[in-house]
Ligand binder design. Structure first.
Ligand code: EPU
Length: 357
Protein backbone atom coordinates (compact mmCIF):
# COMPACT_ATOMS: atom_id res chain seq x y z
CA UNK A 1 0.00 0.00 0.00
CA UNK A 2 1.31 3.42 -0.87
CA UNK A 3 2.25 5.62 2.02
CA UNK A 4 -0.14 8.47 2.69
CA UNK A 5 1.60 11.79 2.28
CA UNK A 6 2.33 13.67 5.48
CA UNK A 7 0.54 16.98 5.48
CA UNK A 8 0.25 19.95 7.79
CA UNK A 9 -3.30 21.09 8.39
CA UNK A 10 -3.43 24.76 9.44
CA UNK A 11 -6.15 26.38 11.57
CA UNK A 12 -7.52 22.90 12.15
CA UNK A 13 -10.82 22.58 13.99
CA UNK A 14 -10.53 20.22 16.97
CA UNK A 15 -14.27 19.97 17.49
CA UNK A 16 -14.09 16.25 16.65
CA UNK A 17 -10.89 15.82 18.67
CA UNK A 18 -12.12 16.79 22.14
CA UNK A 19 -15.02 14.89 23.68
CA UNK A 20 -15.89 17.98 25.75
CA UNK A 21 -17.11 19.32 22.42
CA UNK A 22 -15.57 22.79 22.54
CA UNK A 23 -14.86 24.70 19.34
CA UNK A 24 -11.08 24.63 19.63
CA UNK A 25 -8.83 25.58 16.70
CA UNK A 26 -5.18 24.51 16.46
CA UNK A 27 -2.50 26.42 14.57
CA UNK A 28 -1.03 23.24 13.04
CA UNK A 29 -2.07 19.60 13.00
CA UNK A 30 -0.27 16.51 11.71
CA UNK A 31 -1.77 13.07 11.44
CA UNK A 32 0.80 10.29 11.77
CA UNK A 33 0.12 7.31 9.50
CA UNK A 34 3.59 5.72 9.56
CA UNK A 35 6.65 5.84 11.80
CA UNK A 36 8.48 7.52 8.94
CA UNK A 37 6.16 10.51 9.28
CA UNK A 38 7.69 11.22 12.69
CA UNK A 39 11.22 10.96 11.24
CA UNK A 40 10.20 13.40 8.52
CA UNK A 41 8.87 15.89 11.07
CA UNK A 42 12.09 15.61 13.08
CA UNK A 43 14.22 16.09 9.93
CA UNK A 44 12.23 19.20 9.09
CA UNK A 45 12.74 20.55 12.63
CA UNK A 46 9.00 20.79 13.18
CA UNK A 47 9.45 20.15 16.89
CA UNK A 48 11.98 22.91 17.47
CA UNK A 49 10.72 25.71 19.70
CA UNK A 50 7.08 24.96 18.97
CA UNK A 51 4.41 24.17 21.52
CA UNK A 52 3.72 20.49 20.82
CA UNK A 53 0.79 18.41 21.98
CA UNK A 54 0.36 14.71 21.28
CA UNK A 55 -3.38 14.20 21.12
CA UNK A 56 -5.12 10.82 21.23
CA UNK A 57 -8.90 10.56 21.25
CA UNK A 58 -9.22 13.86 23.12
CA UNK A 59 -11.36 12.17 25.76
CA UNK A 60 -9.33 13.28 28.75
CA UNK A 61 -8.26 16.74 27.75
CA UNK A 62 -9.57 20.22 28.40
CA UNK A 63 -8.25 23.09 26.29
CA UNK A 64 -8.19 26.27 28.39
CA UNK A 65 -8.42 28.53 25.36
CA UNK A 66 -10.31 28.27 22.13
CA UNK A 67 -7.10 28.74 20.14
CA UNK A 68 -4.21 26.30 20.54
CA UNK A 69 -1.15 28.22 19.42
CA UNK A 70 1.04 25.22 18.64
CA UNK A 71 1.33 21.91 16.83
CA UNK A 72 -0.87 18.90 17.43
CA UNK A 73 0.44 15.43 16.61
CA UNK A 74 -2.20 12.76 16.27
CA UNK A 75 -1.47 9.06 15.91
CA UNK A 76 -3.41 7.24 13.25
CA UNK A 77 -1.17 4.18 13.48
CA UNK A 78 -3.38 1.13 13.13
CA UNK A 79 -2.97 -2.59 13.64
CA UNK A 80 -3.47 -5.31 16.22
CA UNK A 81 -1.20 -8.37 16.26
CA UNK A 82 -1.92 -11.41 18.39
CA UNK A 83 0.93 -13.40 19.87
CA UNK A 84 3.92 -11.24 19.04
CA UNK A 85 7.41 -12.21 20.14
CA UNK A 86 9.52 -9.79 22.15
CA UNK A 87 11.98 -9.52 19.28
CA UNK A 88 9.39 -8.79 16.61
CA UNK A 89 10.28 -5.55 14.93
CA UNK A 90 7.88 -2.73 15.65
CA UNK A 91 8.72 -1.09 12.32
CA UNK A 92 7.45 -4.07 10.33
CA UNK A 93 4.34 -5.23 12.10
CA UNK A 94 3.80 -8.94 11.82
CA UNK A 95 0.76 -10.98 12.61
CA UNK A 96 1.47 -13.94 14.86
CA UNK A 97 -0.40 -17.16 14.35
CA UNK A 98 0.35 -19.57 17.16
CA UNK A 99 -2.49 -20.44 19.46
CA UNK A 100 -0.80 -21.21 22.73
CA UNK A 101 -2.54 -21.59 26.06
CA UNK A 102 -1.86 -19.28 28.95
CA UNK A 103 -0.26 -15.88 28.50
CA UNK A 104 -0.34 -14.25 25.14
CA UNK A 105 1.07 -10.93 24.00
CA UNK A 106 -1.16 -8.69 21.94
CA UNK A 107 0.41 -5.66 20.31
CA UNK A 108 -1.81 -2.74 19.48
CA UNK A 109 -0.78 0.35 17.57
CA UNK A 110 -1.44 3.66 19.35
CA UNK A 111 -4.01 5.02 16.90
CA UNK A 112 -6.49 2.20 17.47
CA UNK A 113 -9.65 3.14 19.39
CA UNK A 114 -9.47 1.69 22.90
CA UNK A 115 -13.05 0.42 23.04
CA UNK A 116 -12.70 -1.33 19.67
CA UNK A 117 -9.47 -2.91 20.87
CA UNK A 118 -11.13 -4.22 24.05
CA UNK A 119 -14.06 -5.56 22.00
CA UNK A 120 -11.50 -7.34 19.81
CA UNK A 121 -9.85 -8.99 22.83
CA UNK A 122 -13.22 -10.09 24.24
CA UNK A 123 -14.28 -11.49 20.87
CA UNK A 124 -11.01 -13.43 20.68
CA UNK A 125 -11.56 -14.76 24.22
CA UNK A 126 -8.50 -13.01 25.61
CA UNK A 127 -8.90 -12.18 29.29
CA UNK A 128 -7.52 -9.11 31.04
CA UNK A 129 -9.11 -5.97 29.59
CA UNK A 130 -12.83 -6.83 29.80
CA UNK A 131 -13.46 -4.54 32.80
CA UNK A 132 -12.10 -1.64 30.76
CA UNK A 133 -14.77 -1.86 28.03
CA UNK A 134 -16.23 1.32 26.58
CA UNK A 135 -13.63 3.69 27.99
CA UNK A 136 -13.34 6.40 25.35
CA UNK A 137 -9.98 7.34 23.85
CA UNK A 138 -7.12 5.77 21.96
CA UNK A 139 -4.82 2.87 22.82
CA UNK A 140 -1.84 5.25 22.87
CA UNK A 141 -3.41 7.18 25.73
CA UNK A 142 -4.03 4.10 27.88
CA UNK A 143 -0.58 3.94 29.50
CA UNK A 144 -0.29 7.71 29.91
CA UNK A 145 -2.88 7.98 32.64
CA UNK A 146 -3.11 4.25 33.38
CA UNK A 147 -6.82 4.10 32.64
CA UNK A 148 -8.88 2.10 35.08
CA UNK A 149 -12.37 0.94 35.90
CA UNK A 150 -14.15 -1.74 37.94
CA UNK A 151 -11.09 -2.87 39.86
CA UNK A 152 -8.76 -3.18 36.86
CA UNK A 153 -6.11 -0.81 35.53
CA UNK A 154 -4.26 -0.80 32.21
CA UNK A 155 -1.00 -1.37 34.12
CA UNK A 156 -2.19 -4.86 35.14
CA UNK A 157 -1.80 -5.99 31.51
CA UNK A 158 0.70 -3.61 29.91
CA UNK A 159 4.03 -5.28 29.15
CA UNK A 160 5.89 -2.81 26.93
CA UNK A 161 5.29 0.69 25.62
CA UNK A 162 7.04 1.50 22.33
CA UNK A 163 7.86 5.15 21.77
CA UNK A 164 9.82 7.57 19.62
CA UNK A 165 11.73 10.40 21.28
CA UNK A 166 10.61 13.44 19.28
CA UNK A 167 13.82 15.32 20.07
CA UNK A 168 16.11 12.89 18.21
CA UNK A 169 14.04 10.12 16.64
CA UNK A 170 15.36 7.43 19.00
CA UNK A 171 13.14 4.40 19.43
CA UNK A 172 12.70 3.94 23.19
CA UNK A 173 10.97 0.92 24.74
CA UNK A 174 9.59 1.15 28.27
CA UNK A 175 8.99 -1.99 30.31
CA UNK A 176 5.97 -1.98 32.63
CA UNK A 177 8.12 -1.18 35.67
CA UNK A 178 9.86 1.70 33.82
CA UNK A 179 6.49 3.43 33.45
CA UNK A 180 6.01 3.95 37.23
CA UNK A 181 2.32 3.35 36.97
CA UNK A 182 0.09 4.60 39.78
CA UNK A 183 -3.56 5.61 40.16
CA UNK A 184 -4.29 7.52 36.91
CA UNK A 185 -0.58 8.26 36.60
CA UNK A 186 2.65 7.27 34.84
CA UNK A 187 5.97 8.85 33.88
CA UNK A 188 4.41 9.87 30.55
CA UNK A 189 2.46 12.58 32.39
CA UNK A 190 5.67 14.31 33.55
CA UNK A 191 6.66 17.41 31.61
CA UNK A 192 10.11 16.02 30.73
CA UNK A 193 8.59 12.86 29.22
CA UNK A 194 6.07 14.58 26.99
CA UNK A 195 8.64 14.16 24.20
CA UNK A 196 7.81 10.45 23.88
CA UNK A 197 5.39 9.70 21.09
CA UNK A 198 3.70 6.39 21.87
CA UNK A 199 3.78 4.09 18.85
CA UNK A 200 2.35 0.84 20.22
CA UNK A 201 1.60 -1.02 23.42
CA UNK A 202 2.10 -4.74 24.18
CA UNK A 203 -0.50 -6.24 26.49
CA UNK A 204 -0.04 -9.57 28.21
CA UNK A 205 -3.44 -11.25 28.16
CA UNK A 206 -4.65 -14.68 29.18
CA UNK A 207 -6.45 -17.45 27.33
CA UNK A 208 -7.58 -19.10 30.54
CA UNK A 209 -8.73 -16.13 32.50
CA UNK A 210 -10.20 -15.42 35.84
CA UNK A 211 -12.87 -12.72 35.93
CA UNK A 212 -12.77 -9.81 38.35
CA UNK A 213 -16.25 -9.15 39.66
CA UNK A 214 -15.60 -7.71 43.09
CA UNK A 215 -15.73 -4.02 42.30
CA UNK A 216 -18.91 -2.00 42.72
CA UNK A 217 -22.11 -3.50 41.49
CA UNK A 218 -20.84 -5.88 38.77
CA UNK A 219 -21.71 -9.05 40.71
CA UNK A 220 -25.13 -7.71 41.73
CA UNK A 221 -25.89 -6.74 38.16
CA UNK A 222 -25.05 -10.24 36.91
CA UNK A 223 -27.08 -11.93 39.65
CA UNK A 224 -30.07 -9.75 38.84
CA UNK A 225 -29.83 -11.13 35.30
CA UNK A 226 -29.65 -14.66 36.76
CA UNK A 227 -26.08 -15.12 35.52
CA UNK A 228 -24.35 -17.28 38.11
CA UNK A 229 -21.26 -18.38 36.15
CA UNK A 230 -20.56 -15.41 33.89
CA UNK A 231 -18.50 -15.69 30.73
CA UNK A 232 -15.99 -13.12 29.52
CA UNK A 233 -18.68 -11.74 27.26
CA UNK A 234 -21.24 -11.52 30.10
CA UNK A 235 -18.88 -9.39 32.17
CA UNK A 236 -18.05 -7.09 29.27
CA UNK A 237 -21.77 -6.66 28.52
CA UNK A 238 -22.62 -6.05 32.18
CA UNK A 239 -20.00 -3.31 32.50
CA UNK A 240 -21.11 -1.73 29.23
CA UNK A 241 -24.65 -1.53 30.62
CA UNK A 242 -23.58 -0.24 34.04
CA UNK A 243 -21.48 2.48 32.39
CA UNK A 244 -24.23 3.45 29.96
CA UNK A 245 -26.61 3.96 32.90
CA UNK A 246 -24.24 6.32 34.69
CA UNK A 247 -22.14 8.16 32.14
CA UNK A 248 -23.16 10.56 29.38
CA UNK A 249 -22.89 9.16 25.86
CA UNK A 250 -19.75 10.31 24.12
CA UNK A 251 -20.54 12.43 21.08
CA UNK A 252 -23.99 13.33 22.42
CA UNK A 253 -23.19 15.25 25.61
CA UNK A 254 -19.72 16.77 26.01
CA UNK A 255 -17.68 15.25 28.86
CA UNK A 256 -14.31 13.74 29.74
CA UNK A 257 -15.60 10.94 31.98
CA UNK A 258 -14.39 11.54 35.53
CA UNK A 259 -13.44 15.20 35.75
CA UNK A 260 -11.76 14.87 39.16
CA UNK A 261 -9.52 12.25 40.72
CA UNK A 262 -10.74 10.45 43.80
CA UNK A 263 -8.78 12.05 46.67
CA UNK A 264 -6.71 9.93 49.05
CA UNK A 265 -6.76 11.13 52.67
CA UNK A 266 -4.87 9.98 55.78
CA UNK A 267 -6.58 7.29 57.81
CA UNK A 268 -7.06 9.55 60.85
CA UNK A 269 -8.63 12.27 58.68
CA UNK A 270 -10.98 9.66 57.28
CA UNK A 271 -11.93 8.40 60.77
CA UNK A 272 -12.98 11.93 61.78
CA UNK A 273 -14.98 12.45 58.62
CA UNK A 274 -16.70 9.10 59.11
CA UNK A 275 -18.00 10.29 62.50
CA UNK A 276 -19.81 13.15 60.81
CA UNK A 277 -20.69 11.24 57.63
CA UNK A 278 -21.22 7.58 58.55
CA UNK A 279 -22.37 6.71 55.02
CA UNK A 280 -19.22 8.04 53.33
CA UNK A 281 -17.94 5.34 50.92
CA UNK A 282 -14.22 4.58 51.17
CA UNK A 283 -11.52 2.39 49.65
CA UNK A 284 -8.48 1.93 51.89
CA UNK A 285 -5.17 1.56 50.04
CA UNK A 286 -1.45 1.63 50.82
CA UNK A 287 -1.39 5.46 50.90
CA UNK A 288 -4.46 6.06 53.06
CA UNK A 289 -8.16 6.02 52.23
CA UNK A 290 -9.58 6.83 48.82
CA UNK A 291 -12.88 8.68 48.95
CA UNK A 292 -15.06 8.95 45.82
CA UNK A 293 -15.00 12.56 44.65
CA UNK A 294 -18.43 11.91 43.07
CA UNK A 295 -19.86 11.26 46.52
CA UNK A 296 -18.29 14.44 47.96
CA UNK A 297 -19.58 16.58 45.08
CA UNK A 298 -23.00 14.94 45.31
CA UNK A 299 -23.17 15.57 49.11
CA UNK A 300 -22.13 19.16 48.53
CA UNK A 301 -25.29 19.51 46.47
CA UNK A 302 -23.94 19.81 42.93
CA UNK A 303 -25.44 16.78 41.23
CA UNK A 304 -27.64 17.83 38.31
CA UNK A 305 -26.59 21.48 38.67
CA UNK A 306 -26.69 23.48 35.41
CA UNK A 307 -25.29 26.90 34.62
CA UNK A 308 -25.10 28.48 31.18
CA UNK A 309 -23.91 25.75 28.80
CA UNK A 310 -22.30 23.45 31.36
CA UNK A 311 -23.23 21.40 34.40
CA UNK A 312 -22.79 18.39 36.67
CA UNK A 313 -24.17 15.10 35.31
CA UNK A 314 -27.33 14.09 37.14
CA UNK A 315 -26.42 10.39 37.34
CA UNK A 316 -22.75 10.75 38.39
CA UNK A 317 -21.54 13.91 40.08
CA UNK A 318 -17.90 13.22 39.14
CA UNK A 319 -18.70 14.08 35.54
CA UNK A 320 -18.89 17.69 34.37
CA UNK A 321 -20.75 18.17 31.13
CA UNK A 322 -20.95 20.64 28.27
CA UNK A 323 -24.36 20.89 26.60
CA UNK A 324 -23.02 22.67 23.49
CA UNK A 325 -22.19 26.22 22.38
CA UNK A 326 -20.25 26.88 25.59
CA UNK A 327 -16.68 27.96 26.20
CA UNK A 328 -13.88 26.23 28.15
CA UNK A 329 -13.88 29.03 30.72
CA UNK A 330 -17.39 28.06 31.78
CA UNK A 331 -16.20 24.58 32.77
CA UNK A 332 -13.11 26.02 34.48
CA UNK A 333 -15.31 28.39 36.43
CA UNK A 334 -17.63 25.56 37.51
CA UNK A 335 -14.61 23.39 38.39
CA UNK A 336 -13.30 26.07 40.75
CA UNK A 337 -16.67 26.55 42.42
CA UNK A 338 -17.01 22.80 43.04
CA UNK A 339 -13.44 22.54 44.37
CA UNK A 340 -14.04 25.44 46.77
CA UNK A 341 -17.34 24.02 47.95
CA UNK A 342 -15.89 20.52 48.63
CA UNK A 343 -12.95 22.14 50.43
CA UNK A 344 -15.28 24.19 52.59
CA UNK A 345 -17.61 21.32 53.47
CA UNK A 346 -15.11 18.47 53.95
CA UNK A 347 -11.71 20.20 54.06
CA UNK A 348 -10.60 17.97 51.17
CA UNK A 349 -8.93 19.23 48.02
CA UNK A 350 -10.09 17.57 44.84
CA UNK A 351 -7.82 17.76 41.82
CA UNK A 352 -8.81 17.51 38.19
CA UNK A 353 -8.30 14.11 36.59
CA UNK A 354 -8.61 15.66 33.14
CA UNK A 355 -5.44 17.10 31.58
CA UNK A 356 -5.85 20.85 31.29
CA UNK A 357 -3.67 22.35 28.55
N1 EPU B 1 -21.30 8.31 44.29
C1 EPU B 1 -22.29 9.10 44.79
N2 EPU B 1 -22.80 10.10 44.01
C2 EPU B 1 -22.34 10.32 42.76
C3 EPU B 1 -21.31 9.53 42.25
C4 EPU B 1 -20.79 8.51 43.02
O1 EPU B 1 -22.74 8.92 45.93
O2 EPU B 1 -22.84 11.25 42.12
C5 EPU B 1 -20.77 7.19 45.10
C6 EPU B 1 -21.27 5.86 44.56
O3 EPU B 1 -22.50 5.51 45.10
C7 EPU B 1 -20.19 4.91 44.99
C8 EPU B 1 -18.94 5.76 44.94
O4 EPU B 1 -19.37 7.11 44.97
O5 EPU B 1 -20.38 4.49 46.31
C9 EPU B 1 -18.05 5.48 43.73
O6 EPU B 1 -18.77 5.73 42.54
P1 EPU B 1 -18.48 4.89 41.20
O7 EPU B 1 -18.48 3.43 41.51
O8 EPU B 1 -19.41 5.39 40.16
O9 EPU B 1 -16.99 5.19 40.83
P2 EPU B 1 -16.11 6.50 40.90
O10 EPU B 1 -15.14 6.36 42.01
O11 EPU B 1 -16.98 7.69 40.89
C10 EPU B 1 -14.22 5.51 39.38
C11 EPU B 1 -13.43 5.97 38.19
C12 EPU B 1 -14.25 5.81 36.91
C13 EPU B 1 -14.62 4.34 36.77
C14 EPU B 1 -15.43 3.93 38.00
C15 EPU B 1 -15.78 2.47 38.00
C16 EPU B 1 -11.91 7.73 38.99
C17 EPU B 1 -11.61 9.18 39.00
N3 EPU B 1 -13.03 7.36 38.35
O12 EPU B 1 -15.32 6.40 39.51
O13 EPU B 1 -13.42 6.17 35.81
O14 EPU B 1 -15.39 4.11 35.59
O15 EPU B 1 -14.63 4.17 39.20
O16 EPU B 1 -14.65 1.70 38.21
O17 EPU B 1 -11.15 6.93 39.52
C18 EPU B 1 -12.81 7.91 34.29
O18 EPU B 1 -11.67 7.79 34.73
O19 EPU B 1 -13.10 8.74 33.41
C19 EPU B 1 -13.86 7.07 34.85
C20 EPU B 1 -15.13 7.17 34.47
Amino acid sequence: MERQELKCERQKSLLGNNTMGFKIVAKKYYEINALKDIDELIENNVFDDEKILILGGGSNILFKDEYFDGTIIHSNLKGISIDVDDDDDIETQRLGNSDTQGLITVRCMSGEIWKDFVDFTVKNKLYGLENLVDIPGSVGASPVQNIGAYGVEAKDSIEYVYTIDLTNGDRVIFKNEDCHFAYRDSIFKREENKKYFIVAVDFKLRRDGELKLDYGNVKDYLLKKNIVSPTLNDVADAIKNIRADKLPEVGVVGSVGSFFQNPIVDTDVFQKLKETYPDMPSYPNENGVKIPAGWLIDKAGWKGHKENHVGVWDKQALVLVHYGDGKPEEILHLMKKIQDSVKEKFDIEIKPEVNIV
